[in-house]
Structure formats: C-alpha cells, structure tokens
Design a protein around this ligand. Sequence first.
Ligand code: MTE
Length: 337
Amino acid sequence: MDLKFRRNPDYQSLREEMTPERAFMDRRHILTAAGFLGAGSILGALPACSEPQQTPAPVSAGAGGHPVPGAALKAKKTAYTVADQASIEDAFTGYCNFYEFGTGKEDPARYANLMNVSPWEITIEGETDAPGKLALKDLIDYSKLEERVYRHRCVEAWSMVVPWIGVPMADVIKKLKPKSTAKFVQFETYLNKKEMPGVNRPSLRWPYVEGLRLDEAMNELPLFAVGAYGKALAKQNGAPLRTVIPWKYGFKATKSIVKIRFLAEQPATSWNKANANEYGFYSNVNPNAPHPRWSQASERVIGGKGGFNEKRNTDMFNGYEKQVAALYAGMDLKKNY
Ligand code: MTE
C-alpha cells in the first residue's frame, strides 16, 4: 500500500517544539517533515482491523544467522495487550523517529535501507562478568520470542499501539551477568556515516545512547524487540534489535543496538545531553508533568481509526502503573522527570 504523506500543520508545530535548536540547522529537512495525515483517507475508509496485511516472507536468515528485516517470525501470544486496536503497520513503518537518517518523520523509511544489519554483533562491557562480543543470534533466543501489544507513547504527544515481538529484557540481562556494582545499563546505537545520512547533520550528538536503572531494566515489561507485526523489524524501526520500555517516552527506546554497557553511575543519554531541562533521565509517561513547552495530558493516536485527529487522555506511566509504580516509591516524579 502506498503511503501519501502531506504536510500537517499541527504535526509541524509539535515537531518544532520538540526539536532542539541545533536540529534547526537543517531547515529543509524540518520543513519537509510531513505528517501521516495523508494516510487519513485510507484510515478513514478502512478500520484498522480490516487493513489488508502483506503476507510476511518466510523466516530467512541473513549473513549473521538472524532473520532479515521483514522475515516472518514465530512468537508466542501473551496476555500483554491493550484494549484498543493496533495501529496499522504502515503507520508504524512510515512515521518514525530515527534521527540518524534525518529529522523528518518520513526520512527513516526513505533512507534506512542504506544500513547493513547483517551480520550484527553486540558488545557487552562495563560492570559485567561476561564482557565480550556476541552475535545477535547468540544474544537473543529466537525460539523463545513473545508477542506483546504495548502502547508506544512519544514525548511529542502522539501514540501508537504496536504488537512487538521480542524477549524480556530481564532474561537477557541475567545471561549477561552484571556485577553487584552495576546499578545502571546503557544502550548504544550503531553509527555509520556512510549509511546514515542524518549523522552528518548536527541534530544530536552521536552515537545515540540511552539508559535505565538496572531495577527498571529487570522489571517484567521491557523487551529487547526484534520484530513487530509478525515480522523481523524494519530497518527504520530499529532493526535488528531495539529496546521497548512501554511506561517511558519513546525516546528512551534505543534502536539498532550495538553496545550494552553496565555501569555503577547513571549514564549520559542523548536527549538529556541535547536539552537537560526538557528531557530527563527517567522520562516516565506522566500526564501531570507537562513538557516545558507543551502539555502531556493527552496524545494524538497515530494509525488508528481516526487518522491523525483521534485524541485520547494520556495515562500515568502510559497505563502500566500497576507494574512499575513501585520502582519510584518515595520519588518526586516532577523533579525526577
Ligand atoms: N533511537 C535512535 N538510535 N535514534 C533515534 O532518533 N528516536 C527515539 C526512539 N529511538 C531514536 C531512537 C524516539 S524519539 C522515538 S519516539 C522512538 O525511537 C520511535 O520509534 P519508532 O520510529 O519505531 O516508532
């Protein structure tokens, strides 16, 4: 199905609010950052559940021995779900944030094909008894994949509902043997100037890094995701490996991970380095803590029945309060934003 993007003034102003000063160096890209409303006609005509699905390619391994983007994945269904219908797949793959490929929402889908994701190695370092390099297929047990439908809430006040495929982060971390001195974990994205046109522009400092407290990472919810919508992740969504941390704003989820680093001290994170007043280390979804320049009380639902115009009230911890509130007992969540 073809996506027809067109400029959306509401989306445009949201982006301009979110993007730090330096990202405006490339005005041309910002000005072409298009909304997804172009698909609104399609969304309006077809409920998400009747969206024709492309048949996934059979499981096929690339040079790294892991499934190539778009290959069909077998995953166990789980009880982790959201009452709303999943966003259409074209919204998920067409409306992305992956600044290494440009700051426009459609840039990742346009340019990520340049990225070579096979073979793929992940370096494990820092406070661990198992340092070294692992091929992706040795880090992720593809015979134990789960499907979990989570709400995905971006700090820009939009959300999608995504059927992720992956493994619990806690299971992988146990295998990586963090030392008792490890209190945090940091994730780092692949960086290649030839394959990633966006890194030649000064939008963020590269490589993209994000982190969690180790007890957050060991919670039942976070995933190391390798797929979505029944298939191995598209490159623009962070193939071949990304994190999913559903109670936090989407920028906490690192795409195309090449390093996992265990640390005694709280790590630096990309958006915090770009603008510490606006993007904190915790970045838990919180409708009561407005972003300094816009409200977080509601969100635009992307790729659902209402196209770009459907709104819903934002839930505390993105609806995962029961599973994660205890992690922050006694903390002032407005100070620890
Ligand atoms: N990871 C990297 N490496 N680079 C990025 O620009 N953007 C983040 C996050 N992870 C980003 C990233 C943001 S702001 C969001 S909302 C999610 O990825 C978007 O994920 P999606 O495009 O798959 O929906």
